[in-house]
Design a protein. Structure first.
Length: 233
């Protein structure tokens, strides 16, 4: 074997080792720590949840200084990660009136659930909770459904009865729980999810993905750990 070949193979080996080290560092780093950890979900009763006719759910104080739009699928792992990392940070800003969030829920991942309709049923449950109007209750329910109790893609999902139990844990009324367990909003949720998906495709040129967040028409980089803080600076 010539010296040139030996040097070339050595260079390739060095590059491969560097790539492996970088990937190992990224994998070992894992998910970033929750921001504002310990704050919890929304606690200010002035924060309200408002369910729009198209299914969008606005959560914030009526006098909130800024409103952003967030698109999520209840089965989306990245949405769960965003909730775990930024949920408490967002909740504090909602309590302080600095930020409101308009959630648009889509269902393009539900074929990955055993029931084949989990995303739609979870969206319906979100609508039942939001319609009651309590920001603190909706915030807690959103955290539970999107993070703490979020099913894994391909894993077991939650029945309507189990979603109703999650709502009860979040502080929802018996009427709200019945709305969920009886599937009262499933048909509306399915239609609303398609409206939200159409809007997301328009915003992303036909390449809908979740989580996606927008300040007006400007897409926010949710992989930037400072994206929420930057909104209020």
């Amino acid at each position: 074997m010539s010296n040139k070949t030996t040097y070339a193979l050595g260079a390739v080996a060095v590059v491969l080792i560097a790539v492996i080290v970088i990937l190992a560092m990224r994998w070992g780093r894992g998910e970033p720590a929750p921001r504002n950890d310990g704050y919890g979900p929304v606690r200010n009763p002035s924060v309200v949840a408002v369910l729009a006719p198209d299914g969008a759910i606005l959560v914030g104080r009526p006098d909130a200084a800024k409103t952003v739009d967030v698109y999520e699928d209840p089965l989306c792992p990245g949405c769960g990660s965003m909730e775990r990392i930024h949920g408490q940070e967002i909740a504090q800003l909602q309590d302080e009136g600095k930020l409101a969030v308009r959630y648009h829920l889509v269902n393009f991942l539900e074929s990955k659930s055993p029931s084949k309709d989990y995303s739609t049923r979870a969206i319906a449950a979100n609508e039942c909770v939001a319609e009651a109007g309590s920001g603190p209750v909706y915030s807690k329910f959103h955290e539970l459904v999107f993070a703490t109790k979020q099913p894994t893609e391909g894993g077991a999902d939650l029945s309507n009865a189990e979603l109703a139990d999650v709502a009860r844990e979040a502080g929802a009324s018996e009427q709200v729980q019945q709305c969920i367990s009886g599937g009262a909003k499933v048909d509306a949720a399915r239609a609303n999810a398609q409206v939200a998906l159409g809007r997301l495709n328009e915003l992303l040129n036909g390449r809908a993905s979740t989580p996606s967040a927008f300040d007006g028409q400007s897409k926010l980089d949710v992989n930037n750990e400072e994206w929420v803080a930057d909104l209020t600076r």
